[in-house]
Design a protein around this ligand. Structure first.
Ligand SMILES: [Zn+2]
Length: 386
């Protein structure tokens, strides 16, 4: 592709046009970005998933032997099915300075502004390089970004800062809770309900485990650990989905449920799981197996996004405060890829245009004013990094 200059909103229009709902391929968006960067002589490293239908992109503007700054975003978006949209979600539509489309705020808006700054980045002849890190499958549990983290871990010179441009209305987010989820299957033994004592009631064993989970959650709410920067200031845990049984006169042989835990940085999810496992495998399961050794419980992790927490006086935070003009910072309870960059040894901050209020909803939009704020932020960053 030849060198093309696009405004932030032109770029946003291009990016919104790719239907990158997480279950779809993101290859066409990634090759568009690769071609665009290539037009400026910037080569991209693509890190594919096993199916080769999805890729992360990592590219560096400037000297890779100097510690740089990562601008990071996920390219996938949440589904639109069942949502009532007034416009085509995969076409950018403007009305009253609001730009509508799936992913406008979460989070192609940030990616668009960052990519549109490329000509300025080249002209600025930066002494501190800028890295673009675009991931896949963030919305289904921060899956793709692990490939980028592995790439970063292998670099001789690691970036000194990562900015994850999730929609925060350009507020500086210096920490979020860890998010992990588990799928639990309880395998019981079916029989006629008149002979209940001969069966293993999967629904009831699941219910006992759910009640135990609830009691741990209640204790954490009362006894902590606490971190007053978060709302709520303790770890939360809940069972949000459960399914089991077929008829009232059959002792059910199967029950499945989903468990989610959101940890404050002071809380170790392994400690919570040790308590749950203890109850499931040392108390419940032996009782089940006494009736039928074929029965049992299985518990597997489905999603894990670590928490992150950066000190308010960290130089990265001070830099961001200078660039955005914001003088305060916040912690949030929703998970992002920040925890994974942070764990890879890169100080990370979440800060991007648009409001989380509009994310994942029908008629998702980003305000033009937010795009402009983000443009100013990146312009100032180029001057500061020079
Ligand atoms: Zn997002």
């Amino acid at each position: 592709m030849a060198r093309v200059k696009l405004s932030s909103t032109d770029m946003l229009e291009k990016l919104i046009g790719f239907d990158t709902i997480s279950h779809n391929s993101n290859n066409s968006l990634i090759s568009f970005v690769q071609d665009y960067l290539d037009g400026y002589g910037i080569s991209s490293k693509l890190i594919y998933d096993a199916s080769k239908k999805k890729a992360n992109l990592y590219a560096t503007v400037g000297n890779p032997d100097i510690e740089g700054v990562i601008l990071s975003g996920h390219t996938d978006v949440v589904p639109v099915k069942g949502q009532n949209w007034d416009t085509d979600p995969f076409e950018l539509y403007e009305n009253n300075d609001l730009f509508y489309g799936r992913g406008t705020c979460d989070m192609k808006g940030f990616i668009a502004v960052a990519l549109a700054k490329l000509p300025e980045m080249i002209e600025a002849n930066l002494s501190t390089p800028i890295h673009f890190a675009l991931s896949y499958d963030e919305e289904v549990g921060c899956v793709g970004v692990h490939g980028i983290a592995e790439h970063i871990e292998q670099l001789d010179v690691k970036p000194k800062l990562c900015i994850v441009g999730e929609p925060t209305s350009m507020k500086i987010i210096t920490g979020h809770k860890g998010v992990c989820s588990y799928h639990c299957s309880v395998h019981g033994k079916e029989c006629h309900s008149s002979l209940a004592h001969e069966g293993v009631n999967a629904v009831e064993y699941a219910a006992e485990l759910v009640a135990h989970i609830r009691s741990i959650a209640r204790r954490m709410q009362k006894q902590g650990p606490f971190n007053k920067d978060f709302n709520p200031p303790f770890t939360t845990m809940h069972v949000g989905k459960i399914e089991g049984g077929t008829a009232l006169n059959i002792i059910p042989n199967s029950c499945e449920f989903g468990l989610e835990i959101r940890t404050v940085p002071e809380q170790n999810k392994e400690d919570i799981m040790a308590e749950i496992n203890d109850y499931a495998f040392r108390y419940l399961e032996p009782n089940m197996k006494d009736i039928d050794p074929q029965t049992g419980i299985s518990l597997r992790e489905t999603v894990y996004t670590p928490s992150f927490n950066i000190a308010n006086d960290h130089e990265a935070v001070l830099l961001l405060q200078n660039l955005t003009g914001a003088n305060h910072t916040e912690k949030v309870s929703f998970g992002t890829e920040a925890g994974i960059f942070h764990a890879a040894g890169v100080p990370t901050i979440v800060c991007g245009p648009g409001s989380i209020e509009q994310a994942h909803k029908p008629n998702e939009f980003i305000a033009h004013e937010q795009i402009v704020k983000c443009e100013h932020f990146l312009t100032k960053m180029l001057v500061t990094l020079k």
